[in-house]
Design a protein around this ligand. Sequence first.
Ligand code: HEM
Length: 246
Amino acid sequence: METEKKTSQQMTDTDLSEQIKKVTKDSHVRAENTELMLSFQRGRVTLQQYKLLLCSLYEIYQALEEELDRNSNHPGVAPIYFPAELARLEAIEKDLEYFYGQDWREKIVVPAATKRYSHRLRQIGKENPEFLVAHAYTRYLGDLSGGQVLSRIAQKSMGLKGSEGLSFFAFPGVTSPNLFKQLYRSRMNSVELTEEERNGVLEEAVRAFELNIQVFDDLQKMLNVTDNKSQNRSLTHSMPVQTLQI
Ligand code: HEM
């Protein structure tokens, strides 16, 4: 039975893809209910929110994709290594250039929670590459699940014309997100893990969601501080967010 090919309907509850979904279910609900994600769902994401999110995504995907690339031959990474289909870094760079201009590298700002997230990614890339699957799952399957809807919402909320600034959401190498998600799950299930490693991956997935939630909360805090300061001082222009320390 274990060696048989499985379709999505035949997946068993010992499959990593099922276990990871189950252990992160509550975390997913909490992630959906962060102020930042609620703004998306209500169609009220602001340019400031989206720009700050892109800065953090840049830091996160830079670490994630560097560690996946470096460990691409590791047996826990090779089956789920899909740079041509999934890599986000170049798309994020394009979006940052669109919103911040050519000198975007000097302008981007990331809160402490984002630094903690990228630090964790680099640490496991060095010490436990078999845990990278937990982070790749959390980000890429999430992006593939919500991408199209969120892209349209972001476009409408910010009044953007066309798809400029929204490359992050587009996966030109993936024709059917649902079919690709099925393939990805079957690849996750083909990774051989000891009991201890499997538990480690599941724990890491919960941590990955937690790190994302902390990033969203920190970003929102940054924005709220900016809003309050500008209200208090009756500024008509927005405070440069780079000066804030969170
Ligand atoms: C899957 C909604 C935010 C990670 C999904 C699915 C939906 C969804 C409808 C498909 C469920 C399924 O196929 O059974 C949303 C909404 C969000 C949000 C409305 C907020 C606006 C997030 C965030 C993360 C995330 C912030 C992680 C950082 C995932 C993952 C999956 C997923 C990993 C794949 C689950 C699996 O099939 O194993 N999401 N999501 N989502 N989402 Fe989200």
